[in-house]
Design a protein around this ligand. Structure first.
Ligand code: AMP
Ligand code: MG
Length: 294
């Protein structure tokens, strides 16, 4: 298959292919997504196949309006509306009970569904024009750093999808915050740029961080993620840095890790200064890249 790069104004071709059941890549404000219409089960299955994604790792549904969310769950709790009002469109994914209309493949057999309303105008128009929510995991091969530019996408998926829409560099650079509303108290499944404190302030209650002893977890968090080929060492004292090293930001981390791979680096030091250490989402990705959390 030949992969064609589309400009955002050529969206109509992408809409056509999506409706015919072919996954395509589109930009979001977090990272690039590999999308398929949620109610086309064969297209949803293709996403797992293209990425080499384990079938027990569920997908996030992307909606362009609240009606889209209502089509996926008959059981949206009051906290859902409060969070949607405060943070949507934006990089917050909410996990709620799912409607039986949602194909099993989307949720990898779970009784729940993860929903997000992206802010990126191209993502929003695409969802609107396809006329149903799009499931979209990050547009990388499973286990590789998430793509934040069209070059990153093509490095992994050239020849595997008919179209990729070029939306330039992603503004946020790391994946969305994932919050479950399916237990007694809201549970943070994946830290992201919308931080725990902001969620707590909006909800006026405590938000716990999921770990191996909480009943609900994000299946995706158990897989080796965000890892470059090089062995990674996190360094907290500048004088301990050895070459080659990088100084990460949320926006640039994945591009830097991909670059290290392209250059064939075998080891890489990552400098965690005070600003990096105070960014919970970035530290979460760094600890994973360094193999320090599972
Ligand atoms: P990705 O789209 O590749 O960033 O991965 C989506 C993340 O959301 C993974 O960590 C999934 O395990 C998680 N996720 C998706 N759906 C659910 C769900 N229903 N319950 C818990 N976690 C979910
Ligand atoms: Mg991913």
């Amino acid at each position: 298959m030949y992969t064609q790069v589309l400009k955002p104004e050529e969206l109509v071709f992408a809409v056509e292919r999506l409706r015919a059941g072919h996954p395509i890549v589109f930009p979001t404000e977090t990272v690039y997504g590999l999308g398929a219409p949620i109610f086309l089960e064969d297209a949803v299955q293709l996403i797992y196949k293209i990425k080499g994604r384990p079938s027990d790792n569920p997908l996030i549904a992307h909606v362009s309006d609240l009606k889209g969310a209502l089509a996926l769950s008959e059981d949206l709790p009051p906290l859902f509306y409060r969070l949607a009002e405060a943070f949507w469109p934006g990089p917050l994914t909410l996990v709620v009970r799912r409607s039986s209309r949602v194909p099993d493949a989307v949720s990898a057999g779970l009784a729940t569904i993860a929903i997000r309303m992206p802010k990126h105008p191209v993502a929003r128009r695409l969802i609107q024009e396809v006329g149903q929510p799009l499931v979209a995991p990050s547009a990388n091969l499973s286990g590789r750093p998430s793509p934040t530019s069209i070059q990153d996408v093509l490095e992994d998926l050239d020849g595997l999808v008919p179209f990729v829409i070029d939306g330039g560099e992603c503004e946020v650079g790391i994946e969305s915050t994932v919050l479950s509303l399916c237990s007694e108290k809201p549970l943070l499944l994946r830290p992201g740029s919308i931080c725990r404190e902001a969620l707590e302030e909006t909800l006026s209650c405590r938000v716990d961080l999921a770990n191996s002893s909480t009943p609900i977890q994000s299946p995706g968090m158990k897989y080796r993620h965000y890892a470059p080929k090089a062995s990674v060492r996190l360094v907290y004292d500048r004088s301990q840095l050895k070459d080659p090293y990088i100084i990460p930001t949320a926006k640039t981390l994945y591009a830097q890790l991909r670059k290290a791979d392209r250059l064939g680096w075998e080891r890489i030091d990552i400098f965690c200064d005070a600003a990096v250490q105070s960014n919970a989402a970035l530290m979460n990705r760094l600890l994973r890249a360094a193999g320090q959390i599972a």
